[in-house]
Write a protein that binds this ligand. Structure first.
Ligand code: ADP
Length: 385
């Protein structure tokens, strides 16, 4: 039993309680896994002696590069607790067994089923994540720009969002969202990187940027399967998948892995672009994916000096495509040079200027998606007797 410390005048200084210390530790996330260290069983012991607190923290991997961050954040969180005068963080590392237990906890239902079959959580009927595949008939129409801006718009509206860059040959999402580095693997699970409030996984994180990717179908299929099953996405509201242009293997593989996904087709107003996009949209008929809507990009350009509106890439393509796919035109995104600059610098326009007309169109699409998701959540599944 320790006696509470006193001030020179004899007044009692409150001594921190174990509950207060644990609550403060609960505010510290493991920087790699993104979950509170208390939840991950990383807090191995707490000793309180007057105002001095000693905490034993077990790292998930020995020599974890994030140990300084953890020490700093634990110290900062505990220093904020009333009565704490000194903090000592002692680091240890988990045993193989402890690590496996944590991995199990984090993984939840994802990964492998007992029979060794790969389980894709998003394909389960009880998944609460809405998967949206973003497709286009050909490259360069702005599919990846739409994916990134839409993802950030959804995150700005409070949705938890993941982006899977499935455009394996022309991956551009890491650059557009300004994320680089290599995701950390933890007991066969990969932690996505994060930017602008969005979790991201791209093949670009795993390959040498200087070397072209020359993977063939089966390898890509396995890579995508891993991205869906072995990445710790957490509890997502939306997963946006940026598909490669066209109607190739990847799009079909993904459609098979994600039978509940919806598709948004991006096109420019040009008739030719619209015709190729039609083929991408029609692919859904073979795979079971549903086309939810069409997004027309690079629709108009308003000259900043005169205010004159130009339709550089023609007009009507989006509307026509929507009609042919028996769906609706969700938005016409204007041309804005800042959108391109933002993509090149890693800050999507939606983040740098949410009031820009193009950003507002993305926000409207995000709202519409959020609304359609809410109307699905809570709807009971058909029962079979
Ligand atoms: P895709 O994914 O279809 O190949 P991208 O998203 O990479 O297309 O876009 C192609 C190029 O056009 C990029 O340089 C991008 O920044 C630019 N871009 C896309 N949409 C717009 C827009 N609305 N206004 C201005 N530039 C745009």
């Amino acid at each position: 039993m320790t006696t509470p410390p006193t001030t020179p005048l004899g007044a009692c200084i409150p001594v921190p309680t174990t509950e207060q210390v644990m609550a403060a530790l609960g505010t510290v996330d493991d920087p790699e896994i993104g979950r509170p260290i208390t939840e991950l069983d990383m807090v191995d012991g707490v000793a309180i002696d007057g105002g001095a607190v000693t905490v034993d923290v077990l790292l998930t991997v020995p020599g974890c590069p994030m140990k300084d961050t953890i020490t700093r954040e634990v110290t900062a969180a505990l220093t904020r607790v009333e009565g704490v005068t000194a903090v000592d963080v002692r680091l240890g590392s988990m045993t193989e067994q402890q690590r496996a237990k944590v991995a199990e906890k984090v993984r939840g239902g994802a990964g492998k089923a007992p029979g060794g079959q790969v389980v894709i959580p998003f394909a389960q009927t009880d998944s609460r994540t809405k998967v949206i595949a973003i497709a286009s008939g050909k490259g360069g129409v702005g599919k990846s720009s739409v994916t990134t801006n839409l993802a950030v718009a959804l995150a700005q509206q409070g949705q938890s969002v993941g982006v899977l860059d499935a455009d394996v040959w022309g991956y551009s999402i890491p650059r557009m969202l300004g994320v680089e580095g290599r995701p950390v693997a933890f007991n066969n699970m990969v932690m996505p990187l994060q930017a602008h409030g969005v979790k991201v996984i791209s093949i670009g994180f795993f390959v040498d940027a200087e070397k072209p990717v020359i993977w063939r179908g089966p390898m890509l299929h396995r890579a995508l399967q891993q991205f869906l099953a072995d990445v710790h996405w957490g509890d997502l509201d939306f997963l946006l998948c940026d598909l490669p242009p066209g109607t190739g293997d990847i799009a079909i593989s993904l459609a098979q892995m994600l039978p509940n996904a919806d598709m948004l087709v991006v096109t420019t107003p040009q008739q030719a672009a619209q015709r190729v996009a039609l083929r991408a949209g029609q692919m859904t008929a073979q795979t079971g994916m549903r086309v939810t809507g069409v997004i027309e990009n690079m629709a108009t350009f308003v000259a900043p000096d005169t205010g004159t509106e130009y339709r550089i890439f023609g007009e009507g393509g989006g509307q026509l495509l929507a009609a042919e796919l028996d769906t609706e035109l969700w938005a016409s995104i204007p041309i804005d040079p800042r959108l391109r600059e933002g993509s090149d610098s890693g800050t999507p326009l939606v983040a740098s200027d949410p009031d820009a007309p193009a950003s507002q169109r993305f926000a409207e699409v995000a709202q519409r998606l959020a609304k359609s998701r809410t109307s699905l959540v809570g709807r009971s599944l058909p029962l079979k007797f």
